[in-house]
Each structure stands twice: as structure tokens, then as C-alpha cells.
Design a protein around this ligand. Structure first.
Ligand SMILES: Cc1ncc(COP(=O)(O)O)c(C=O)c1O
Length: 491
């Protein structure tokens, strides 16, 4: 035998070790094409293993085309090994170890290619710094986890087969959809039947399914500028042509709708609490948008992601409740009122879209996890959700007040604040005279994580515009954070 076989790894079965050794010897050229390999008997003897072990490895190598058996002559390395196998360097050869191993480039789909230049979507919501103003996560420490775990374990113990298996109705657990329809009617003036309510894995999946069933490459989508990047990037990934419409103090500038080219299929909008500027869409504009959508046979996606948190007045009723033409797909999420890791959100869809969306959901992931849906139905029915929301609204309201006061105290008229009447964040334009990156860097050095609104813009962003998430910080942290930022940037 002119290659050495060492079977010395106790964790891997012997036949697998022998298979790996022979295969590596072939790939590295130590066993050349056409070369005879020892018979099973010879190999077993020289290694001190059973013949069955050797037969098992040889059978595998024969079936994969590394070896060929010639009746009456023995077993040989295949003469015609696939070329790409021969180019694979041996992991044991020191010469090849220094070579860069490159696998043949996989051809990406158009969708995949469009993702490549996009910014990495992930960030660490925990942040790396002591005080984290980065937007998006509620205060998880006040979530009634004991009550929630009781509900979950009750359904877990009951082990309903529907909660543990595939379900026939993949729009979601009907009692949950009923509870959501009632909640939406009461708190958001949304008009829908439980049959129109559709459970999805996060608002992000709602947007993805909508895009899948409605958009072809090159289709036109209008959205707010600035706006939610998670939506814009998703529509871009689907190949949509983006038409940004500016937002002012009354929300989307609906006067710009008449300047859009024909054929806009979708308008994505956050009318209750515009992301990120925080304004609410004025009633006259709501009516104008609905009339435009009806006249142009466009659909509106109303993303009502955090409308529960309005501090001064009652939350504005949803746009969907004003719609008479079936133009609005309403999207809501439990990420902000429960916790984002739950990944349960919902859409209220026009009846004619329910069937196609249910098919798209089936192909995407069949159905959303059921156990949490059972527990959530109880959580809503028993009043826990609304109690929790009331508690958070009070708490976040005080945190918002603390933030506004701290910005006033430390920045004075160098800070102008937008969108502080609702939600979990506000925008502060800070006149520090420094570049944005420098402000972020200095804040980080002082132990404070702060983000700009730049990634919310499709076009050129606005300088010195910072998003202050305040929901997950207590008042002391908020005051301390603003004080540190001011010391680091105004000195
Ligand atoms: C405007 C907006 N829509 C939707 C979402 C995300 O919702 P989900 O966690 O349900 O995917 C966010 C999250 O930050 C958001 O800001």
C-alpha cells in the first residue's frame, strides 16, 4: 500500500474513517486514476479491522464513483473522476493548505443578487453600550412573563393536537383571529370579520407575502420619505420600482400622488405614527389617499406597528376604517405591545385577497406556530394585553417626558424635537456642529448608543437627525444618556 491509513479517531466509526482516508488520498492524487487499491481482505488484515468494515467503506466509494470494481481483477480508482473532484485540495496536504479554497460561485437568482448590495439588516438590539437609545424594542423587563408562561404551559399540558400539528386553516387559530378582530374594532376602528384576519410571523412576513402575490419585477411602489427601511428594502428586493413621497408635519404629502406615473400598484404607509418622523396623517389627506387609491386601483398597506402608544390624545382611528373600496391591507404586530421575539403579527385583508395570501403563506412556511397563538388568544380575551398596554403607555409617557426635558436642559435651542406625541422613539435634530458619524462615535465612547435616521431615507438623508428610542430605558438612564451625549459633543 503506498498510502498510509491511520484509523485513530475514537469518535468516528471505523468504516467512515477508512472511507475518508481513501477518498482524501484519491482527491490529493496519492491514489491515482486507474491505480489498484488493496482488496477488502488485504486492507482488513493490514489495518486489523473486520472485512465488513472495509466492505462498507468500499461500497460507499464505489457508489459515489471514486472506485470501480473490475470482475476478476480487483478494485481500482476510477479512471474518469469528475474534474472538479480532482481539483479539490486535500485538507491534509500542507502545500494545498496555504492555497485559498474557493468553491465554484453559485449563480444567485435575481432576488439574491438584489440582496447583495443591500445594507446588512441585522443589528444587536441589546446594543454594545451601557445606555442604548437605539429604537425598536419595548421594555421587556415589565412584560408579565409569569402570566404568559402559565398560559403557554396550560396549552402545552393540554396538548391539543391542533396546537402541535399541521392545521387545515393556515390563516391562524380562529379564536385568536376573533379576539384580534374585536380588539381592532374597539381600539382602532378597523372594520373586518375574523375571516379577514390572517396570522403571520411578524409584520415583516406580512409585507413579504403581500409583495409575493402582488408585485412583479419593475412594478411601482410608493412609500414615505423618510420611511421604514424594512419595508423599502423588501420591496426593492422583490424588484419593485420605488417612488418616495416626502412627509411633512401632516404626514405623507398626498398632493404628490397626482405627479406619480400611471401604474403604481402599492402604497406603503405608517399613518398613525409615521416611521421615523412620528407625525400622524391628517384626516383630509387620509381621504385624499383613499380616493386616489380607489381611482387608480392601487392597494394601500397600512402599517400600524405601534399606534397603541399615543400620549396626549386617544390613538387616531385606523385608515382602514375609512376605506369603502377594499383598498387597504391593514398590518399590525405584537412585537411592540408584547415582545419582538414572539414573531406574531396579523393582517386584515380585503376578502378577495385572503385565498391567494393563504396559498403564499402555505408555500412560505405552511402556518405560524400554534401554541403561542392559543396562549395569545387567552391573553387578549382575559384582558391582560390591554392592561399591559395601559401600563406601558403610562411608563413610556413618563420616559418620553424625561427625554424631552433632558434634551431641553442639555441642548436648549440646539435641539429640535419631532414626533414626541406617540410611539417608542422621537427624532431630535441636534445642532452640534459635528458630522453625524462623529456624534455617534463620541456618544459611543461615552457609553451611549445612538443612531441617525439616515438609513430611513431613500434619497439623501437629513444631517444631524437622530432617533432616540426611549421605551427600554428608565428615566435615570435617559437623563444620564443625554447628559453624556451633550458633554461629549458640545464641549
Ligand atoms: C414601521 C415598522 N413596521 C414593522 C416593524 C416590525 O414588525 P415585526 O417585528 O412584526 O416584523 C417595525 C419594527 O421595528 C417597524 O418599525
Amino acid at each position: 500500500m503506498d498510502f498510509i491509513v491511520a484509523l485513530d479517531n475514537r469518535e468516528t466509526p471505523l468504516h467512515k474513517q477508512l472511507y475518508d482516508e481513501v477518498r482524501s488520498a484519491i482527491l490529493a492524487g496519492r491514489l491515482g486514476p486507474g491505480q489498484r487499491v488493496p482488496s477488502t481482505r488485504e486492507m482488513a488484515k493490514s489495518l486489523g479491522v473486520s472485512r465488513t468494515t472495509v466492505t462498507l467503506s468500499y461500497d460507499e466509494l464505489l457508489s459515489e464513483g471514486y472506485l470501480e470494481a473490475v470482475v476478476g481483477s480487483g478494485t481500482f480508482v476510477c479512471k474518469e473522476l469528475p474534474e472538479e473532484l480532482l481539483r479539490t485540495p486535500s485538507p491534509k496536504s500542507p502545500a494545498s493548505e496555504s492555497r485559498k479554497v474557493t468553491s465554484p460561485r453559485k449563480a444567485l437568482s435575481e432576488y439574491g443578487s438584489r440582496l447583495k448590495p443591500m445594507p446588512a439588516p441585522f443589528r444587536d438590539p441589546e446594543g454594545q453600550h451601557e445606555i442604548n437609545f437605539v429604537y425598536g424594542v419595548p421594555d421587556l423587563t415589565i412584560f408579565p412573563i409569569q402570566q404568559w408562561s402559565r398560559l403557554l404551559s396550560r396549552h402545552c399540558r393540554a396538548a391539543h393536537s391542533d396546537a402541535l400539528s399541521y392545521v387545515s386553516d393556515n390563516l391562524g387559530y380562529l379564536p385568536l383571529r376573533q379576539a384580534i378582530a374585536t380588539y381592532l374594532a374597539r381600539s382602532r376602528a378597523v372594520r373586518c370579520s375574523p375571516e379577514q384576519v390572517f396570522i403571520v410571523n411578524g409584520a415583516q412576513q406580512a409585507l413579504d407575502l403581500i409583495a409575493r402575490v402582488l408585485l412583479d419585477k419593475g412594478d411601482r411602489v410608493a412609500l414615505e420619505e423618510p420611511g421604514y427601511p424594512g419595508a423599502r428594502l423588501l420591496f426593492q428586493a422583490h424588484g419593485a420600482h420605488i417612488h418616495p413621497i416626502r412627509v411633512d408635519s401632516q404626514g405623507l404629502q398626498t398632493s404628490a400622488l397626482s405627479t406619480l406615473p400611471d401604474g403604481v400598484k402599492l402604497v406603503y404607509i405608517t399613518p398613525s405614527h409615521q416611521f421615523p418622523l412620528g407625525v400622524s396623517l391628517a384626516l383630509a389627506r387620509r381621504l385624499e389617499l383613499l380616493a386616489w387609491a380607489e381611482a387608480h386601483q392601487a392597494l394601500i398597506i397600512e402599517d400600524d406597528y405601534d399606534s397603541e402608544y399615543r400620549y396626549a390624545a386617544r390613538p387616531n382611528p385606523a385608515l382602514q376604517g375609512l376605506d369603502r373600496a377594499g383598498s387597504v391591507i391593514y398590518v399590525g404586530t405584537f412585537s411592540k405591545v408584547m415582545y419582538p421575539g414572539l414573531r406574531i403579527a396579523y393582517m386584515a385583508v380585503p376578502p378577495d385577497l385572503a385565498d391567494v395570501l393563504s396559498r403564499a403563506k402555505w408555500l412560505a412556511d405552511r402556518q405560524s406556530p400554534m401554541l403561542e397563538q392559543y396562549a395569545l388568544a387567552d391573553f387578549i380575551e382575559s384582558g391582560w394585553l390591554e392592561r399591559h398596554i395601559r401600563r406601558m403607555r403610562l411608563m413610556y409617557g413618563s420616559r418620553r417626558d424625561a427625554l424631552v426635558a433632558a434634551l431641553g436642559e442639555h441642548f436648549g435651542d440646539r435641539a429640535s424635537i419631532l414626533g414626541d406625541s406617540a410611539g417608542m422613539h422621537l427624532i431630535a435634530r441636534l445642532a452640534t456642529g459635528l458630522a453625524d458619524e462623529e456624534v455617534v462615535k463620541r456618544a459611543a465612547k461615552a457609553g451611549v448608543e445612538l443612531g441617525t435616521s439616515r438609513r430611513c431615507y431613500f434619497g439623501a438623508g437629513q444631517d444631524a437627525e437622530f432617533i432616540f428610542g426611549f421605551a427600554a430605558l428608565n428615566e435615570r438612564q435617559i437623563r444620564e444618556g443625554v447628559s453624556r451625549i451633550s458633554r461629549a459633543t458640545l464641549a
